[in-house]
Design a protein around this ligand. Structure first.
Ligand SMILES: *[C@@H]1O[C@H](CO)[C@@H](O)[C@H](O)[C@H]1NC(C)=O
Length: 548
């Protein structure tokens, strides 16, 4: 009889069935278009230097293709003084108010001193953290073989009603300061470490070397603030994922590995709002620093010293993401459109101002997005075709026009045949040497002619051979200004050059070829590649990168 009552009491907790539909699928060559690179100081005081978008590319800390996205940390630099190890923190441009987040990984960062996480949080100028909450879907430290799911909130979010083993199955609650269970999500909760939050440990194998050896796995985070009012997280090892598909129904997946209630009585759903997704890897700091001795005492070093002095030990501190899909349910979508409707039904005067503001913002955003997307797309293109060469697009804008911002410029790797007028700009190259042309494009202007579509135009180009060992630093090579048309090619008038060059393996000095009259040649010379593989400046013959 008693058992039966328990059953009946538990029954109302079992929920209204919820189905989701896919709204975003982020993994692909344009993955990084969806994110902002955060390059400020680490709020958790890590021994880290979060890199900008450009620096992340040039240091090759990020890459994206249709199969996977890799986000790594610097593993070559020995750091001095107070320097932090270069690493990446990206935050989604979009913020969310609910949904189902499916993350498939085949590798997670693991290293002594590292503290990687995939998480969500909200804030803006008026609402500082933790006003809009934080949902750490998975985070771990050092080489631990499991991840933890944690909430961080303002006060009045207690999870006492949640039962380990019934509501969620994993390794139970994280411990507070007095062997108590950390069930209070308030960042200032008594008997918990400062900013500990309420944490639940996912099963063994959900992170670390064990996770990577097993081929990874899939995490699903469900944030349902409206219908069943809860946050649930599942971990499925690779090969044991349920069919998720386009219309997932989480209730079919069994008891989750983490469960938090958003029931009014315990923790209202209003604790979480406008949250963005974040990937980051930091080092030491508030969590990995404080626990370093316990887990990594064998290093006989302080966390900070270890992180600064052992770059090679961070070769496994990378994320490899195979899938990141976002799903929503009708309730969340309806709430979102209701919010938007409310926004536009204010006073008529205010409404006009509001609309104007929105239009201005939208136009600004369009230009920003356009240039960002293009920059990234072209960086991708450049990366791909340079295979291991560095293309530095974070450089100052090459003295084109002062004040022109770097992000408006992007590189186009020219693969299409050179059109006759352009061909005339290509200087003669000795036999066996190869040209490779990189266009510098200006985004979002309407003055055609355009190389990549009506909204961009070439403002300059530089040439380099494909596969050059040291790559090409655009800032150090010359860019030609296409708005200053060049005289017809003087190829035939300089017949002496080519034979001379082919017979000159070490080049010495070499007079300038062609391009007389171009105002914008920056003096340092176009780079070309010798048959030996060496990269030389064409105008001076100076070897920029010796033969490999
Ligand atoms: C850095 O890490 C990558 C993999 O993340 C590895 O391929 C490379 O060899 C590492 N470099 C060094 C110098 O350890």
């Amino acid at each position: 009889m008693f058992r039966l009552t328990v059953g009946l009491v538990l029954l109302p907790l079992s929920s209204a069935t919820l189905r989701y539909h896919k709204v975003e699928s982020l993994v692909g060559p344009d993955f990084f278009d969806y994110w902002k690179f955060y390059s400020g100081p680490d709020p958790t005081h890590g021994t880290v230097k979060f890199t900008t978008r450009g620096e992340s590319w040039t240091r090759r800390l990020v890459s994206s293709s249709s199969e996977k996205v890799v986000i790594s940390v610097d593993n070559t630099t020995v750091l001095q003084g107070n320097e932090g190890r270069p690493a990446v923190r990206i935050e989604s441009k979009k913020s969310y108010n609910g949904g189902l987040f499916v993350l498939k990984l085949d590798h997670v960062p693991t290293a002594c001193g590292a503290w990687p996480a995939f998480w969500m949080f909200g804030d803006d100028a008026q609402h500082s953290w933790p006003r809009w909450g934080e949902y750490d879907i998975l985070e771990s430290i050092h080489m631990l073989d499991y991840a933890t799911t944690t909430l961080h909130t303002r006060d009045s979010c207690d999870q006492k009603a949640v039962n380990e083993g019934i509501d969620f199955i994993g390794q139970g609650w994280a411990a507070g300061t007095a062997s108590n269970k950390a069930k209070n999500c308030w960042v200032k909760a008594p008997q918990q470490y400062d900013n500990q939050g309420c944490g639940q440990k996912l099963p063994k194998g959900s992170f670390g070397p064990a996770f990577n050896r097993a081929g990874g796995g899939t995490f699903v985070a469900e944030w349902d603030p409206i219908v069943n009012k809860r946050l649930r997280t599942w971990f499925f090892p690779a090969g044991q994922e349920p069919e998720i598909g386009d219309r997932p129904e989480p209730d079919l997946w069994g008891v989750p590995n983490s469960f938090f209630t958003l029931n009014e009585k315990w923790c209202t759903a209003a604790h979480f709002k406008n949250m963005r997704m974040v990937f980051d890897t930091t080092f030491c700091g508030d969590y990995a620093g404080a626990s370093f001795n316990g887990y990594c005492g064998w290093t006989n070093m302080k966390c900070e010293a270890y992180v600064r002095s052992k770059p090679n030990d961070f070769s496994n501190a990378y994320w490899s993401i195979q899938r990141l899909d976002v799903y929503e349910n009708d309730a969340v979508m309806a709430a979102e459109s209701k919010q938007m409707a409310l926004g536009s039904s204010s006073l008529p005067g205010l409404g006009v101002v509001f609309l104007l503001l929105v239009s201005v913002l939208a136009i600004g955003l369009f230009y920003f997005q356009c240039s960002q997307r293009r920059l990234e797309a072209m960086q991708n293109a450049a990366k791909t075709s340079y295979k291991g060469n560095q293309v530095n697009v974070d450089s100052p804008p090459l003295g084109l026009s002062p004040g022109r911002r770097g992000r408006e410029l992007f590189l186009k790797d020219r693969t299409e045949p050179v059109s006759p007028s352009r061909a005339s700009d290509v200087e003669p190259v000795p036999q066996g040497w190869t040209w490779h042309r990189v266009w510098l494009m200006m985004c979002c202007t309407s003055d055609a002619p355009s190389q990549t579509g009506a909204t961009s135009r070439p403002v300059g180009y530089g040439d380099v051979a494909p596969g050059s060992p040291g790559g090409m630093n655009i800032a150090n090579s010359s860019m030609y200004d296409v708005s200053n048309p060049l005289p017809p090619p003087a190829v035939s008038s300089q017949p002496s050059m080519s034979p001379a060059l082919t017979n000159q393996p070490s080049l010495g000095r070499m007079p300038s070829l062609g391009h007389q009259g171009s105002l914008s040649r920056q003096g340092s010379g176009v780079l070309i590649r010798q048959p030996s593989g060496a990269l030389v400046r064409q105008d001076t013959g100076v070897v920029v990168v010796p033969a490999p």
